[in-house]
Every structure is written in structure tokens, then in C-alpha cells.
Design a protein around this ligand. Sequence first.
Ligand code: 2HG
Ligand code: ZN
Length: 460
Amino acid sequence: MTLEAALRSAVGSQHVLLDADLRASHETDWTGRFTGTSRAVVRPGSTAQVAEVLAACHEAAVPVVVQGGNTGLVGGAVPAPGPACSAPVLLVTTRLTELGPVSAAARQVTAGAGVTLAALTAHARSAGLDFGVDLAARDSATVGGMVATNAGGIRVIRHGSMRDQVAGVEAALVDGRVLSRLQGLAKDSTGYDIGHLLAGSEGTLAVITRLRLRLVAAERERAVAFASAPSTADAVALLASLRAKLPGLSAAELSLPAGLALTAAHLGVGVPLQGSGGAYVLVEVAGQADPLDDLLAALEGCEQVVDATVASSPADRARLWALREGHTEAINAAGVPVKLDVSVPADRLAELADGLPGVVSAVRPDAEVVVFGHLAEANLHVNVLRAADAAEEVSDAVLTLVASLGGSISSEHGVGRAKARWLGLSRSPAEIDLMRSIKAAFDPLGLLNPGVLLPDGDCV
Ligand code: 2HG
Ligand code: ZN
């Protein structure tokens, strides 16, 4: 039997896409920067089908690239362009949409890897609870992809990253065996935690098929403010005082004037507090009682605040959030960006933000640098426009600066193909050796997402 026939028998012919037109939307990433060709796009509808697809590819020694909602930003879920890796099977998890009943006692739910963040959140809310992670791509991003990249988003200060939400994992191994640990035991001290190892493994170790996810208490009231400060250093100092005064702080997001202006123009709205500062902070506080007065009092006592506006209705809150969340689309509308998602120790954030324009213009004088991010985690999204043909040099300059400040080359998007060659800036040789040994134990033939996360000469 040919591989194509085995795939059809595993998932049904309508879910094996061989036609180039049908494959196309899966073969290019959201930014348009990463693109490659697959031999087939395969859409399994159950764990058993995922296992069968993997077993067939393993038997044929054909690589497999794993994709969720295709909202990734580091080229980790589309085929590599290089000839040596040009014909993987592209396994898409979006049909794994089963959502189990919410356990109120455990505050957990079991979700298929292809469930979108928005669907999971709605399900949790309908049971009077909430999900702890939120991010702008919520309508398409799948929980499987979010765990695979250890996605963070806008509420990490409150509930942690995606790894922190994982209470159990079911995954198919490269040879078709299935690991299942979905009981969601609150205490379990029986050795290596394979589920947490898969969080952040970017599809290189196994294919996540279902997740047991933690839920959090729903916080019914929210208040949002938008404040300007003279500089990024002042924004960091502002965060420190807000953390001290507001136990319900649920988000602190940073915008800089260039990104704010670009996003406002893209959305066709005005820039709030225009010209009043060198840095802008969106602050959100959540709680069971209305936290607006606490937020106002906290801001009034902060010497770093130049000006501030407070959202008094859900529509106003949404408008302020749209200005922050709209950055990604506004940037993409202006061109294909080189995207670098990085974090540094909080006390070095201002040095990073202030140093970025200089290191980029040294390699690409006409590039435009748009920086914004998650102030609460000292996580900056560095987007460089008019530099797509100098991605290597720009990445090298930015990531070298980040490493010199003790930071991470990937804060929440993953390493993917985009940053694999710089992994050594964030991980020691001993760690990378160990990561390669772990990879070999799960995937001895190197078939799962080759060239993603760990540098691989042929497939980057
Ligand atoms: C966000 O924080 C996302 O909005 C996307 O992580 C960041 O587009 C980006 O660089
Ligand atoms: Zn982000």
C-alpha cells in the first residue's frame, strides 16, 4: 500500500488533501513569511486516527509537520522550504474538537487538541468558571498548538502560561503508540512529567491529541485604564507600584508611540493620550467586586503617570484592548515583518527597548522597528518592517542584544524554524545535548517537525 492509500484508509479520502490548491492555506504561515510544500495535508478526526497516520508515516520514514490553527509566528507549523525537507505530511489537528464536561470539583476539563481557545473559554464560562490564558488569536489558535508552544498571552501575570494550565496530556508517539494521562490528578509524584515535557516541545516529540486543562474562578468585574509614562523605564517603575497596590492586577501591556500610531491608523481610530509620553501601559484589574475605584486610586498615586484614561463601559474597554491587540494585524498590513518575541529580566527591559532601534539600524538603516508587548512579563514583540530580505542579520543583531541582557530568544511564540539557529544564545551546550537526547528517545528517526526548535542543517 502506498503512503497516500494508508493515509486515506486512516482518515477517509475527504480528509487527505493532495491538491495544491487545497493544501495552500496550510502551507504558508499567518505572516506570509514561512512557506513550504507538503506531500499531503491530513486531517485526522480522533486520537486513533492520529496514531494511524503517524504509524503509516513512520513505516514509510516520511517526516510529519504538525499544525493547529496555523496562528504560529515562528514557522514551526508549516513545511520547511529546503529540498531535503520538502515533502512532509502536514498533520492538521483542527478536527479534534471534542470538549468534555467541566468538573466543578476539580476545576478541570478535557479538550481535544483542535479546540480553539475561544471555544474552550466559552465552555468554561458556561459552567461558571474561566480559562486562565487569553491571547489575541483566540478564535483560531488551538489548545494543542498553544501547549506545544507554551503560549503565554495577556494574563500570565494572573494565571501563568499554557504549561501551567496542563493537568494531563494524551499524545500519539511517532510510531503510533498512544500515551494517555488525563485523570487530572491534583497530586501525582510518580516520576517524570511527560505532559509538561511536551509543553513547549513544538511538535518535535509527539502529537498532542487531548488535554486535561485547569480552569480558574470567573472574575465577574473588570476595569481597564490606559496610562502614559515618560519612558519605558518609567513604565517598568509604574508596573512595580501597580503590582504592590493592586492584588487583582490581571494584565499590564506595553505600547510605544510608533506601534500605537500604526495600529490606530489601521483601525481608523484616534490615538488616546497622544503625545503625552514615550511609553503607554494598558492596565487591567479583575475581581468579584468592581475594581474601578481601586484602579483609579492606584494610578493617582503613581508619580510615573503623565496622563491616563479609564474605560467605564465594556465597549470602552474593548476599544482600549483593540488598540493593543490590533498591533499584529496592523503590522502585517504594512508588510511582511521579521518577528522576534523575546523576554529579559524586568530590570533590563528599558535597556532592551532603548537599544533595539540602534542595533537594527546598524544592519538595516531603512528598516522600521515596531515594539510592543507584555510589560508584566518583560516580554517584547520586536517587529521589523522593510527587512524581510535581511531577516538573518536583523535576527542576529536583536537576539544577540537580548542574550547580552540575560534574556530569552523566545518568550511565548516558540523557537520554530525562525530562531532554531540561535537556540545556543538561550540554552547551554549541555542543555542542547540533553534536548537532542530527549528528542532521540521520542523520535529516533527524526521525523517529527524536523528543523523546528533544534537546529538541523537540512531543514531550517
Ligand atoms: C501579541 O502579544 C501576540 O499580540 C503577537 O503575541 C505578537 O505580533 C506579534 O509580534
Ligand atoms: Zn504576545
